[in-house]
Ligand binder design. Structure first.
Ligand code: FE2
Length: 375
């Protein structure tokens, strides 16, 4: 049951937006059934809920996948008309909504709209047998990436519109625990506007900034700003392309995604060696790192707990900051266009994003870009 509140939006002139964590990420894709199957079989997700014709939803079908604290929703249109079909036609498969868990949807929505966010869905009560959800949605800086506010009242299931699925076959989990960060690629000159949107509308703060001097190779470069919410649990690095000798990888993304959007989602594990072994066994392809990377690792990286030869065998990258170190690896694009991919990350104290690896990562991405004729 769905009840949209008719109250006019009250302008809130004070208060702050309190976000708890990412509740789910919704992808719009051409074939949600096959995308769900892929993420279950390859990444160890479990299908927990479904919405579609059988549940009274006439215009779309959605598959909800879960692993530990990570929840992905894959949605496809059932007709050639409407916003989902338009999204897929323009962007290909990609992230449409990053939904945020809150204690008070109404307040978050009213404050965000009063601060200039475009309203997409006014606070709407979704009532189920065991509780209810209050949902509202605003456009992000770009309208094709939205943020929903999700307030759960004694409601632990996904959503009343969805049917829970029982007695599902278990797939092999991959020790993926939660979303570490989500990276956005935006057009040249737009990084500060996006960072300002998150700061002024959603009360994020800026954590780090990297200039094109920090992140460049012989051919191309980018600039990056990291914004995070006040608890530090939600982190969005924002990249824009910078002038280089050849086309930036960010520009390649923008050209094929046809606009700004989510470049990658980093998923955290507590055992990256086991996770990457399992993912490789499942057929997932990762960016390759040259052996010279491991031979030339700076002295400050050690000591580490892991055997460097195993990291080299699996192509896992390393970086260190004042608080510790991190291990990370990037998949090749997971969709038809050279756009969206996943990162697997394990943190051993380090709070950064592997900026020491940008160069190695860039060079690996550029080899892929060159193979596609886009460098
Ligand atoms: Fe990342």
């Amino acid at each position: 049951m769905q009840i949209q509140e008719n109250k006019s939006v009250q302008l809130a002139d004070g208060g702050t937006i309190q976000l708890k964590k990412i509740d789910y990420v919704e992808f719009y894709v051409g074939n949600a059934q096959q995308a769900a199957h892929f993420y279950c079989k390859s990444f160890g997700f479990r299908l927990i809920a479904y919405a579609g014709l059988e549940t009274g939803v006439r215009d779309r079908c959605s598959f909800v996948l879960e692993q530990s604290h990570i929840r992905f929703v894959f949605t496809s249109p059932l007709t050639p008309y409407g916003s989902i079909a338009e999204y897929v036609k323009l962007h290909g498969d990609g992230v449409h909504d990053i939904a945020l868990l809150v204690d008070d949807t109404r307040t978050c929505f009213n404050i965000a709209v009063a601060r200039g966010a475009k309203p997409i869905l006014a606070p709407t009560l979704l009532k189920g047998e065991n509780g209810s959800i209050l949902k509202a949605t605003i456009a992000g800086y770009s309208g094709d990436l939205t943020h929903s506010f999700i307030e759960r009242h004694k409601y632990t299931e996904f959503s009343p519109q969805y049917h829970l699925l029982d007695n599902l076959p278990q797939c092999t989990k991959n020790n993926l625990i939660e979303i570490d960060h989500i990276v956005l690629n935006v057009e040249s000159g737009k990084m500060n506007l996006w960072a300002d949107f998150y700061r002024t509308v959603l009360d994020f703060k800026q954590q780090q900034e990297f200039t094109s001097d920090d992140i460049s190779t012989q051919y191309s470069s980018l600039m990056s700003k990291v914004v995070e919410n006040n608890t530090g649990r939600i982190k969005f690095p924002i990249n824009e392309p910078a002038e280089g000798y050849r086309k930036s990888q960010i520009q390649e993304y923008l050209d094929f995604h046809c606009g700004p959007g989510v470049q990658h989602i980093a998923l955290r594990t507590n055992d990256i060696i086991q996770t990457v072994r399992q993912l490789r066994h499942n057929g997932i392809e990762f960016l390759e790192t040259p052996d010279s990377y491991y031979d030339n690792l700076p002295k400050y990286i050690s000591p580490i707990d892991e055997d460097i030869n195993i990291l080299k065998e699996l192509n896992i990258l390393l970086d260190r900051d004042e608080q510790g170190y991190l291990l990370q690896i990037f998949t090749k694009p997971l969709v038809t266009r050279p756009t969206f991919f996943l990162e697997i990350i394990q943190r051993k104290g380090a709070q950064g994003f592997g900026n020491g690896n940008f160069k190695a990562l860039f060079e690996a991405i550029e080899r892929e870009q060159a193979s596609r004729g886009n460098l």
